[in-house]
Design a protein around this ligand. Structure first.
Ligand code: NAG
Ligand code: NAG
Length: 389
């Protein structure tokens, strides 16, 4: 083939002029959305997709009724915020690490269990009311998972399709939603606000240490951290722990408990700021789910929700909540056995599912609020959470 110098000249000129344009293009083009290949989640019932159910018995029907059709390890009629997060990132729903049946960890794992705390628990679930899988235990599990998943993956075949690739650990999104149970003593009066306050920094500091020593040192860089919600608006708190009438706000929530939640959130936000300084390559997004959850209660009617403080799946009382007859329990009514929650016909118009947890409809509302970054600090949308501002 003849070698045509003039065409090389044309191509080169074209390439140069293109290169000259390149910086302008780069300014105009927005950053490309992050491609998270996996999610690793840590938390409590707000994001438990089957952990507590695997170890302590399945959440009973009618949990799962609105979406999965049967109980699916979630204390909800359907999907949780973490499920909507996975969906929107194009990833499968997270399998619970503790679940040994039918799990697939190729795109992440969920270490959250319902009733988990940040503080380590020293007593059993039955005695203390809290999950033994506190945040530090979830980190132990994560370490173990990271190492062993790679050993198992090397067996090839089906094992390779069930475990995440090693490189997923550094490009995954690490999500957190924990703290609510550190503020809500199940055993009534033992933890008053004044007694609780001084212990917060301790648990925040220890979780910060774990964060730095564990996940970051194992390559994790992208963190999405939810603050804690207005527990003072949840029936299980208002029903069990009496507060003075003067401590009930205009929307019917118990102010002292919401104060504690906000105090915790201030501490969490400061911790995140310090972490950003410590972990120079990490992108850490703090997400204010408190405000969205509170707006569901205070403005719920505007968004099509009825009786925002009343639980849908429950039994009797002011909030349709009875701690001894929880969602899915059996009651005897006029000689007939009835399921608590059978009367909850339209969870899609309720905010509170079972007195403790939010409905799928509420979770969707929360997800839609956080996904574009309007409740984040920095204001990072979910699909941009791999960029450090
Ligand atoms: C568990 O025991 C440790 C060590 O004694 C203590 O620091 C911690 O506060 C205890 N945790 C709880 C929830 O009581
Ligand atoms: C696990 O999930 C991935 C992604 O959804 C899929 O490609 C793979 O085939 C699954 N493995 C098994 C054994 O089902």
């Amino acid at each position: 083939m003849a070698f045509d110098l003039s065409s090389i000249f044309v191509i080169t000129t074209f390439a140069i002029s293109f290169l000259n344009l390149a910086p302008i293009h780069m300014v105009v083009l927005a950053k490309t959305p992050c491609q998270f290949p996996a999610i690793f989640n840590f938390g409590d019932s707000n994001s438990d997709t089957g952990g507590l159910s695997a170890a302590f018995g399945q959440a009973p029907p009618p949990n799962g009724i609105s979406y999965f059709g049967s109980p699916a390890g979630r204390y909800c009629d359907g999907r949780l915020v973490i499920d909507f997060i996975a969906e929107s990132l194009g990833l499968p729903y997270l399998s619970a690490f503790l679940d040994s049946v039918g799990t697939n960890f190729s795109h992440g794992a969920n270490f959250a269990t319902a009733a988990s705390t940040i503080r380590p628990q020293n007593i059993t679930l039955n005695r203390g009311g809290f999950s033994p899988i506190s945040l530090n235990v979830q980190f132990y599990e994560f370490n173990d998972f990271h190492k062993r998943s790679q050993v198992v993956r090397k067996r090839g075949g089906v094992f390779e399709t069930l475990m995440p690739k090693e490189e997923h650990f550094s490009s995954a999104l690490y999500t957190f939603d924990i703290g609510q149970n550190d503020l809500t003593p199940v055993t009534s009066q033992t933890c008053r606000r004044t007694k609780l306050k001084p212990t917060f920094p301790m648990c925040l500091i220890s979780s910060r240490l774990y964060f730095r020593l564990n996940i970051y040192s194992q390559g994790g860089r992208y963190f999405w951290i939810h603050n804690t919600g207005p527990v003072g608006c949840l029936p299980y708190i208002m029903d069990r722990i009496p507060v003075l009438a003067s401590q009930i706000d205009e929307h019917g929530c118990a102010t002292p408990f919401n104060d504690v939640a906000r105090f915790f959130n201030q501490g969490l936000k400061k911790t995140v700021e310090r972490l950003r300084k410590d972990l120079v390559d990490a992108a850490i997004t703090y997400v204010d789910v408190y405000s969205l959850k509170y707006s569901l209660i205070s403005q719920g009617r505007k968004h099509g929700f009825k009786q925002p403080l009343r639980s849908c799946c429950g039994h009797g009382g002011k909030y349709n909540y009875n701690k001894n007859l929880g969602c899915g329990a059996k009651v005897n009514k006029h000689g007939k056995e009835m399921l608590v929650g059978a009367a909850c016909k339209d969870p899609s118009s309720a905010v509170i599912w079972d007195g403790i947890h939010f409905t799928q409809a509420a979770n969707k509302y929360i997800f839609e609020g956080i996904v574009d970054g309007s409740f984040s600090d920095p204001p990072t949308p979910l699909n941009m959470a791999c960029y450090r501002n």
